[in-house]
Design a protein around this ligand. Structure first.
Ligand SMILES: Nc1ncnc2c1ncn2[C@@H]1O[C@H](COP(=O)(O)OP(=O)(O)O)[C@@H](O)[C@H]1O
Ligand SMILES: [Mg+2]
Length: 359
């Protein structure tokens, strides 16, 4: 087992990427390690030409992933949009790993991100000693991606100020990064592109200017439509994550995932599964990713404090933590849900008891 807490996509799936790359597999755009078809196989799962099984990374619509991959083969950048926890960052990491073998060129955009973190910065000691020179320049992940012909990932693009976002316009339209201090410019190598993610639920975001928007193709990643899809995603990811954490998997994981998903979907959708009772929705997203976090937390608690037995009681605190993001309103929403729905829901008696005891 690796000493690293988390392996990069290109490290975890090095074998799969090697097996896919070993065969032609169709036309490869300049600078790409795999053909677009192979990239889609890597993300959606399948079999490599030499028979190596490829595990699915993204569970959902193949057409969406095809659009994303096709976009990256053009001169337009890709913007993955969606609710929190819809696998935007996950897909972005795996796309970068499959296309260029390097998912590490990432910029996390925040309200405090300035132009120096997007374009380039300066090593001030060198700058003062010797004046502006290439050695005194500190390249950003974006600049390194341009020079190496790789993919730069911009996480949560709309969180940084609009003026900073607009520094990307030259990069995306001219494929060039001017460095006026050195009277030169970095020209992007073939293979360079940008994958940005943005959250369509955040408050206080800075919408993209229309000039910048025009340079992105938007792919919206949805929450899983079907309940069985959502259960499958959570069971798979929980299995992978507990294995990395060296936590033994309790035998009833799938059963508890199904019950937690059922509760989450009712609360998120604002109605009971049969559609008969309308419900208030909590302020948080209750996404698939929250479901994964609840189960992993519960399994850890079960392992260390409950003889490995995963029960509604070991999951209750994490469920409440996921639902109650606003301590006043969400507590009321959950309380009402418990009394009007969960109390009478067949097969959920133990969840009702555990949650009412703890809320
Ligand atoms: N459709 C899906 N297919 C595979 N994994 C998913 C899916 N939806 C959510 N996940 C999982 O949810 C977790 C969080 O996703 P993340 O990419 O951080 O969300 P986002 O960036 O959209 O907020 C990841 O571990 C990912 O594997
Ligand atoms: Mg993200």
């Amino acid at each position: 087992m690796s000493e690293k807490l988390r392996l990069l996509a290109e490290e975890s799936y090095a074998g799969e990427l090697r097996a896919l790359a070993a065969h032609e597999g169709g036309h490869r755009p300049p600078g790409w390690k795999l053909s677009p078809r192979q990239v889609v196989t890597y993300l959606m799962g399948g079999v490599a030409d030499d028979g190596t099984p490829i595990t699915p990374k993204y569970v959902g619509s193949r057409a969406l992933i095809e659009t994303a991959v096709a976009t990256l083969a053009t001169d337009r950048a890709l913007l993955l949009l969606g609710m929190p926890g819809t696998a935007k960052s996950w897909v972005s990491e795996h796309l970068a790993a499959a296309i260029t073998g390097d998912s590490t060129l990432v910029i996390q955009c925040t309200a405090g991100t300035d132009e120096n973190q997007i374009r380039y910065g300066w090593n001030y000691a060198k700058l003062l000693a010797d004046g502006p020179s290439r050695e005194a320049l500190v390249p950003t992940p974006l600049m390194r991606a341009m020079e190496a012909g790789k993919i730069c990932r911009l996480e949560e693009l709309t969180r940084m100020g609009s003026d900073v976002q607009d520094t990307l316009i030259t990069v995306l339209s001219e494929k060039m990064l001017p460095i006026p201090e050195l009277n030169t410019a970095i020209h992007a190598r073939r293979g360079f592109n940008i994958i940005a993610t943005a959250n369509n639920r955040d408050k206080g975001v800075n919408d993209l200017s229309s000039a910048l928007k025009r340079r992105f193709n938007v792919v919206v990643l949805p929450l899983p439509e079907r309940v069985d899809e959502e259960i499958a995603i959570i069971v798979k990811r929980v299995g992978e994550m507990t294995a990395t954490l060296d936590l033994p998997a309790p035998p009833n994981v799938a059963e508890e995932v199904a019950r937690v998903v059922s509760i989450f979907r009712e609360l998120r959708g604002g109605a009971t599964e049969d559609g008969k009772v309308a419900l208030k929705t909590p302020s948080g997203g209750l996404s698939t990713a929250e479901g994964i976090a609840v189960l992993v937390g519960g399994i850890s608690q079960a392992t260390f404090f409950n003889d490995g037995k995963l029960t509604p009681a070991t999951l209750a605190a994490s469920i409440i933590g996921a639902v109650v993001k606003d301590p006043v309103q969400d507590r009321v929403v959950l309380g009402e849900y418990l009394e009007t729905v969960l109390k009478k829901k067949p097969g959920f008696e133990d969840y009702y008891a555990a949650l009412t005891e703890m809320i």
